[in-house]
Design a protein around this ligand. Sequence first.
Ligand SMILES: C[S@@+](CC[C@H](N)C(=O)[O-])C[C@H]1O[C@@H](n2cnc3c(N)ncnc32)[C@H](O)[C@@H]1O
Length: 253
Amino acid sequence: MFESPPAASHPDKGRSVRAMFDAIAPRYDLANAVLSAGADRGWRRAAVDAAWAKGPRDLLDVATGTADLALALARGRPEARVRGVDFAEAMLEVGRRKVARAGAQVALDVGDGTDLPYADASFDAVTIAFGLRNFADPDAGLREFRRVLRPGGRAVVLEFPPPPRGAFGAAFRLYFTQVLPRLGGALSGNRAAYAYLPASAMAFPPPHELAGRMRAAGFDDVVWTPLTFGVAALHVADVAPATAARPPRQEPA
Ligand SMILES: C[S@@+](CC[C@H](N)C(=O)[O-])C[C@H]1O[C@@H](n2cnc3c(N)ncnc32)[C@H](O)[C@@H]1O
């Protein structure tokens, strides 16, 4: 067994999050598909479309886990150079087997999203699906995404925000806090991990606040879209293109 990670940002959160994902890695994909009733595939599709919109060549999927989003980014795009990075080795191991089975060109690296092992301006697009909520310091992660992006680059963040208001939100909250931990626990053998999921979503900033934090991290233009009545949210943040160097001023003779 492992301790359940703190729901909100906390200096010790990384260590317990990594242990939790290492423990549930073998059943993670199954639990994901069942608990979201397959909706996660459509959400990842929306993230892939947003990431591809500006024709990137070098793409990085942070907190790639078992590599579903990295594989979806690479599918049918032989020109793309796709990397995934995650700090949980057991999740990456499942991902490596899936990459090999698919015969895909996806490189998977071990690394922390708050201290990425890449040089400045290495990528045209950075994606993250259901990862940022787990970071000990999400703002440090956002600054890292900005640092590794080139001018004109784009970050795409797919995440569970706090559940929406209204009747649908109330019904979803009931499912999220009462049904999902039991079902996820039965599927993965680890109920604490699936009690942490709603707790961490409820502790995460609402979409408008996350958009502000992305701007504060250095992104020039941020838009967000609710998915499935606000169960998930997709943030798309752009870096301004490089401005051409100005010609030297001509001094009058
Ligand atoms: C809910 S899973 C999502 C995996 C995958 N992106 C997906 O959509 O299925 C969260 C992943 O984030 C990873 N993670 C959490 N915090 C991280 C960090 N600071 N650096 C790297 N990976 C991290 C975990 O190891 C885990 O694989």
